[in-house]
Write a protein that binds this ligand. Structure first.
Ligand SMILES: NC(=O)c1ccc[n+]([C@@H]2O[C@H](COP(=O)([O-])OP(=O)(O)OC[C@H]3O[C@@H](n4cnc5c(N)ncnc54)[C@H](O)[C@@H]3O)[C@@H](O)[C@H]2O)c1
Length: 428
């Protein structure tokens, strides 16, 4: 039996979250897509054309659903598919160890619906080896089918950047790979048929898995370098972002910016690589150090704010502080693993009153996940503060008159270099 290269692909997406939905939309350009998610609420929202990530508008989602896209929470609907794409979460646990339970359970789901000749492509970010060593045995066990005889697999890392309007799934080259030569070319051709930006066929599944983890680890390490330099420069009264602007005039300088590293990817994926390195007995000192630098940045930010307030004779215990932005990145409602919460928690040990304002985040979700009651923007606008901490660079904050919110003696800490020089007292 070989991969069904002659049969038109019917795509089954397993996991219709932030990353799965764009993949489903991409394939819907040409193929029938069954978009399966075990979360009924998510499926009901998608059926109504609502994307919680805000990347796709209602009209577009409803139009796709009149044609080829079929969101469902009924696993049996996947049985009509012959080309499965798994895009489920790959978080870490409380000890920063990879949590593979979602990819394992998604593989078991695929094992229940798969037929001879079918192909399964993983898009979840994992360390090299997970697809073949962890996921494939689950499919084999549940389906009774034999890998690379009855079914075939591939890995094609998801590279989307939610809320980024410039670089989308539709205009970004996609890495592909397959469990044998014929499958690799087949998978590459299926992705290539819907992607105008083209594909890059990797040397192997492990190389494709490693490429994704390298992309994100590179970002993490470079941001950590900027964060560390920022600590040194700010101790000297130098604005790091201005240093980077100057350095970036050299042709081989890469302009990474200092800042918080949260979310589901950059702050998580390097731990997958660190774990794999440990399994192999290989040292990953630099990657681990970068994680430490980025994970401890909230502490540094709070210490610096508290020290500056003390220097300015602003009594911190009676102070009222405004935190602007709660999501893990700009213009994106995703609050998973946001480091602003770490700032809030640490600052709570010092400051009398803290208001957190984020017009992009869902207040109900923030309360549910963090037990934090956000302050509505309209309420904050009627108050004044001893300190303002701008944590996330949402476009909407550019219309915010911060000057009218600060008391005569106050500190404005702009960690995203968003505010004008005369307004920002502190920067990274
Ligand atoms: N969000 C991003 O920006 C991004 C970018 C690139 C890569 N990725 C990677 O994509 C993967 C998915 O991340 P995400 O952000 O889309 O997560 P998400 O939480 O937004 O979505 C995952 C979805 O999968 C569903 N799900 C979980 N287990 C399932 C199962 N067994 N069967 C069916 N549905 C299941 C969940 O209900 C959820 O809706 C991760 O590996 C992540 O690292 C994410």
């Amino acid at each position: 039996m070989r991969a069904r290269v002659k049969v038109k692909p019917v795509i089954g997406i397993v996991g219709m979250g932030y990353a799965g939905l764009p993949v489903a939309c991409l394939f819907s350009k040409k193929y029938t897509v069954i978009g399966y998610d075990m979360n009924r609420t998510r499926i009901n929202q998608l059926r109504e054309g609502v994307d919680k990530g805000g990347d796709f508008d209602k009209k577009y989602l409803l139009r796709l659903q009149r044609h080829r896209l079929h969101p469902t929470s009924n696993r049996e609907d996947l049985m009509q598919c012959n080309f499965y794409v798994v895009v489920v979460p790959t978080p870490v646990d409380e000890n920063n160890q990879p949590d593979l339970t979602y990819v394992i359970s998604a593989s078991q789901t695929v094992g229940q619906v798969i037929s001879k000749g079918d192909v399964v492509v993983y898009e979840s970010t994992v360390y090299p080896g997970v697809t073949e060593d962890v996921c494939v045995p689950e499919i084999e066990k549940v389906s009774g089918l034999k890998f690379n005889r009855d079914f075939f697999v591939g890995f094609s890392p998801e590279r989307i950047d939610p809320s980024n309007k410039q670089h989308t799934i539709f205009n970004t080259v996609k890495i592909t790979s397959g469990s044998d030569d014929r499958t690799a070319h087949y998978i590459d051709s299926v992705y290539g048929s819907v992607l105008s930006a083209g594909t890059c066929l990797a040397a192997s599944i492990k190389a494709a898995e490693a490429a994704k983890i390298l992309e994100n680890t590179q970002r993490d390490v470079n941001i950590a370098l900027m964060n560390e330099c920022s600590k040194i420069f700010s101790a000297m009264g130098i604005d790091t972002n201005k240093v980077i602007d100057a350095a970036a005039t050299k042709w081989n300088f890469n302009a990474y910016r200092p800042g918080l590293v949260g979310g589901h990817c950059i702050g998580v994926d390097p731990y997958y690589l660190i774990t794999k390195a440990q399994m192999l007995g290989v040292d990953s000192e630099l990657i681990s150090a970068a994680r430490h630098v980025n994970d401890t940045l909230p502490e540094h930010i709070v210490n610096r704010l508290v020290q500056t307030m003390a220097d300015e004779n602003i009594p911190i215990k009676d102070a009222s502080v405004l935190i602007l932005g709660f999501t893990f990145k700009e213009n994106c409602p995703d609050i998973r693993n946001t480091r602003v919460y770490d700032i809030y928690q640490r600052l709570s040990l010092h400051a009398g009153k803290i208001d957190v304002v984020d017009p992009i985040a869902d207040p109900t979700q923030v309360y549910k996940e963090y037990g934090l009651k956000m302050t509505p923007m309209t309420t904050a606008l009627k108050r004044t503060y001893d300190a303002v901490l701008l944590c996330v660079r949402h476009d909407v904050f550019s219309d915010f008159d911060i000057r009218s919110l600060i008391r005569e003696r106050s500190v404005v800490y702009d960690i995203k270099s968003f505010l004008s020089d005369d307004l920002a007292t502190l920067r990274m």
